[in-house]
Write a protein that binds this ligand. Structure first.
Ligand code: HEC
Length: 285
């Protein structure tokens, strides 16, 4: 009997640290969500998917007007054409994404156990192209955002469902992303959290700062600011394009789109919005 007890307690000691590793992202998520639901008690949970417009009543009306004739629509259409256009080998994107029309974006990014790394939607799009003998697309804007917008559109209404796999390697990626989010950086020495947690709902220069909860649900995004920069008026950009912009705001050198750092950040950041319905692509003013 005594022997059994010893074995059981030894087993518990083995299991306990594993369990606490598993519990920690879950606890992070609960704390993260609770912070915002306490700070903005009048905002219904699902409304956080609207980003800054969930808390900024002033710009909400103008944004809703944009949503009535959304400028991203033509890019969704372009994405549909690209999605169905055969590659040189005759296959299409659907050979890599057989369930795309039912909605798959909610499961991205995911940790690929065999590869030991985080795979984002954009990475998967380019890997599909390479597998089929096509050149990869640029990661921040252009065609990748059209295909991404079409996939996002087909995933509307699905709840963000990122899984933090309970392995040492995936926890490493998760922790890297979390650290990135809370680390001060740039000449201004400001973290993502300083702006999007501590100061969410407050103003910085002419801008209102949105909560980090719900920031990932609507990408790729059409941004009026980006459209003004483009000769053709194409304002579409990926999440990593936006990460780069937010890094530059604090005068930090941005990382490359799809770098390990930004993929890890996306893993943590998107996981924090689990349970929110996807509503991409979005329009941002
Ligand atoms: C100096 C303040 C500041 C810092 C630091 C900052 N941001 Fe932002 N960010 C903004 C402002 C202002 C906007 C536009 C309003 C909004 O959506 O919150 C924005 C927008 C965003 C958006 C777009 C949200 C949407 O709904 O489309 C994302 C995503 C984002 N930030 C992520 C980050 C991440 C990740 C970091 C850290 C790498 C970061 N930001 C750091 C100020 C900041």
């Amino acid at each position: 009997m005594k022997k059994v007890a010893v074995i059981v307690s030894a087993l518990c000691m083995l299991v306990a640290p594993l369990a606490s590793i598993a519990a920690s992202p879950d606890q992070d998520l609960k704390d993260f969500r609770k912070y915002y639901t306490n700070l903005f008690p009048d905002v219904p949970f699902q409304d956080f998917a609207n980003g800054v417009y969930s808390v900024d009543k002033g710009s909400r009306e103008q944004w809703e007007a944009f949503e009535e004739f959304p400028p991203y629509e033509i890019f969704v259409d372009k994405g549909e054409v690209l999605f169905n256009k055969p590659f040189k080998n005759g296959k299409t994107y659907s050979s890599c994404f057989p369930n795309a029309l039912k909605g798959i974006k909610q499961n991205y990014p995911f940790f690929d156990k065999n590869r030991g790394e985080v795979v984002t939607m954009e990475l998967a799009i380019n890997e599909c192209r390479k597998k089929n003998g096509e050149k990869p697309l640029k990661y921040k804007k252009g065609a990748i955002t059209y295909v991404g917008a079409y996939i996002a559109y087909k995933s509307r209404g699905k709840k963000s469902n990122v899984k933090i796999v309970d392995t040492e390697k995936s926890m490493e990626w998760y922790e890297l992303g979390k650290k990135f989010f809370y680390a001060k950086r740039g000449q201004l020495n400001i973290s993502c959290a300083d702006c999007h947690i501590q100061n969410a709902g407050k103003r910085i220069r002419a801008n209102n700062l949105g909560p980090a909860l719900g920031q990932t649900t609507h990408f790729p995004v059409y941004r009026n600011k980006w459209s003004l920069k483009s000769a053709s008026g194409d304002g579409m950009g990926t999440l990593h394009r936006r990460y780069g912009g937010c890094n530059k705001q604090v005068r930090a050198k941005p990382f490359k789109a799809q770098s390990k750092e930004y993929r890890a950040l996306e893993y943590f950041h998107t996981y924090m919005s689990n349970g929110l319905k996807l509503n991409g692509p979005g329009i941002r003013m």
